[in-house]
Design a protein around this ligand. Structure first.
Ligand code: ADP
Ligand code: MG
Length: 251
């Protein structure tokens, strides 16, 4: 569904992504992990067409992503940027409905979709009329997720969707998000810096370092067959990785 072939990206001459080859298969969840600044968000921005590769190509459903197909492709993607990115001056409802209004959806259709989504992400309906700053962190994340899902996208791009949440809420939302993915059968490309979260969600994990893919594959392979010292160092720097394995998937 989404592919990167030989993708390079520079910012001000500095290489942020270096010859990235990556395949995000349909219906699967691919998780990008790695230290801050390694290029995770840049990969999502390329998929969403916010920036262009300097070399190589991003492919969406077998076609190169470019000026002629970007808008159509973009309408089939739901993108939740880091920190949620809700507009502070718009109510939750207005934030979530933004693109649907732009596309001319009639009010009953928008209302019906909003009702489905509030149920899906379990956001109490009265909160739709609040502004983002009047919500808790977890509620804001749910609202941002609703906005990303509004057009029923085929590809969901999530940049640290559970980023700034306290651990209890984070675990609760992790479980709910996993249930949502399972229910929707979508292709997901997600960023996290938390290995436990990556293991929990990922059919495929992609570990990046300084703009390059170090290792890519199952969580089990990453944890049990690291290809180089950096993988081991990254894994060991996270909390109790073996417990994570048994807790989530491989018990
Ligand atoms: P991550 O999401 O993994 O933390 P990013 O993809 O945001 O990393 O950034 C990768 C690298 O590119 C970092 O070194 C970052 O400083 C740099 N970078 C990202 N966006 C810009 C930008 N708009 N201008 C200049 N440098 C940028
Ligand atoms: Mg980032």
């Amino acid at each position: 569904m989404l592919n990167y072939s030989g993708v390079c990206k520079r910012y001000d001459g500095q290489l942020a992504l270096d010859r990235i080859d990556l395949d995000c298969p349909e219906g699967a969840t691919t998780v990008l992990i790695g230290p801050s600044g390694c290029g995770k968000s840049t990969l999502l921005r390329l998929a969403a067409g916010l920036i262009r590769a300097d070399a190589g190509q991003v492919w969406f459903e077998g076609a190169p992503l470019g000026a002629e197909n970007l808008r159509a492709a973009r309408l089939r993607m739901g993108y939740m940027i880091q920190e949620g990115g809700l507009f502070p001056h718009l109510s939750v409802r207005a934030n979530v409905e933004l693109m649907a209004r732009e596309l001319g959806w009639a009010a009953p259709r928008r209302r019906a979709r909003l009702a489905e989504l509030t149920e899906l992400v379990r956001l109490p309906t009265p909160l739709l009329d609040r502004f983002p700053l009047e919500l808790s962190g977890g509620q804001r994340q749910r609202a941002a997720l609703m906005r990303a899902l509004m057009l029923n996208p085929d590809l969901i791009l999530l940049d640290e969707p559970l980023g700034a949440l306290d651990p209890m809420i984070r675990v609760e939302l992790q479980r709910e998000l996993a249930a949502i993915f399972q229910r929707l059968h979508k292709t997901v490309l997600m960023v996290t810096h938390d290995l436990a979260e990556a293991v929990f969600f990922g059919d495929q994990l992609v570990l990046l370092r300084a703009g390059r893919i170090v290792q890519q594959g199952s969580a089990q392979a990453l944890l049990q067959s690291p290809v180089e010292e950096f993988v081991t160092a990254f894994v060991n720097a996270q909390r109790a990785p073996q417990r994570v394995l048994t807790q989530y998937k491989y018990c």
